[in-house]
Write a protein that binds this ligand. Structure first.
Ligand code: BEZ
Ligand code: FE
Length: 301
């Protein structure tokens, strides 16, 4: 029997976890316990605050549905997703285009569309054409690369928010052509507030933050033998371009729609050109940061 102090309790826990068979689980849990205990000592955590945190996390879990992932949202607003993304980028054998957050609104099985189609199945608003080429790091085209794209409508809402998951809109998948080129029509997205009607929203308000993301278009681009690219293009004229509430923006991903682009494959609407580069895949690829919310529990079960 050992009498515990505010410091020796940490070692007692770590000692008891010492038989963990999985070495990575052992490393992660030991570090987590050390940091959590250090945090509690640092802020002198009170029982009321501890209970409040338990209540908050319970509420975060209860807010999750098949189309809403409040835990990912919490991770996002704490910059934790951005950090894990940056750590993941460091494992790349070869870096292509900068990555950005997948976010909680990605959905598998979006409709496969033809080049030139619009991803606006139900919404209307000012149109833009997006075009470019998918290449390797050296600029060699990647034929038939798969381009998955999703965004808000021109009022800043995702389909899962507008239609409660009942129908898809403002998302689609395209295969680039034999030279890796792609183009499609879409609506100019609007910057938006992340969902603030849950516990994460309460936290954002308590912190005096605006809770908004600048307008952007998400991409998930893949080709056999290359590392999957999860990224987004951000519209540089958005008021929130320098204060993204989930820390997803980086300078190379900031772009603008041009009203007069003679090279655009569709004329008469503003155009955004962006060429994406994929790095080659390493043998120990560790997946991506984020997931289709509907798949998270299916994969755990
Ligand atoms: C998004 O860009 O879709 C997103 C990312 C993080 C939190 C909320 C939304
Ligand atoms: Fe988004």
């Amino acid at each position: 029997m050992r009498d515990l102090t505010i410091t020796s309790v940490t070692d007692a826990v770590i000692e008891q976890m010492g038989n963990t068979a999985d070495p990575r689980l052992k490393q992660v849990m030991e570090s987590l316990v050390r940091h959590m205990h250090a945090f509690a000592r640092d802020v002198n955590l009170t029982p009321e605050e501890w209970l409040k945190a338990i209540g908050f996390l319970t509420n975060v879990g209860q807010t999750c549905t098949p189309v809403r992932q409040e835990f990912i949202l919490l991770s996002d607003v704490l910059g934790f997703s951005a950090l894990v993304n940056l750590l993941h980028d460091k494992t790349a054998v070869e870096l292509g285009t900068e990555s950005s957050l997948l976010g909680p609104f990605y959905q598998q099985n979006a409709p496969l569309l033809s080049l030139g189609d619009t991803i606006a199945a139900h919404s209307t608003g000012p149109e833009v054409v997006l075009y470019g080429q998918v290449t390797d790091k050296a600029g060699v085209p990647l034929p038939n690369a798969l381009i998955q794209v999703w965004q808000t409508d021109s009022e800043g809402a995702y389909d899962v928010q507008k239609f409660d998951g009942a129908q898809m809109d403002m998302r689609g998948n395209f295969n680039a052509d034999a030279e890796g080129r792609f183009h499609f029509r879409t609506l100019k997205p609007l910057g938006y507030s992340i969902p603030l009607d849950g516990p994460v929203g309460n936290l954002i308000r308590a912190q005096g933050r605006h809770g908004c993301r600048p307008a952007h278009i998400h991409f998930l681009i893949s080709a056999p033998g290359y590392r999957e690219l999860v990224t987004a293009l951000y519209l540089g004229d958005d008021q929130y371009i320098d204060s993204d509430t989930v820390f997803g923006v980086s300078t190379p991903l900031v772009t603008l729609a041009r009203a007069d682009d003679p090279a655009a494959p569709i004329q008469g609407i503003p155009a955004i050109r962006y060429d994406f580069r994929l790095g080659i895949a390493g043998s120990g690829e560790t997946g991506r940061v984020g997931a289709d919310p509907a798949q998270i529990l299916a994969n755990v079960a």
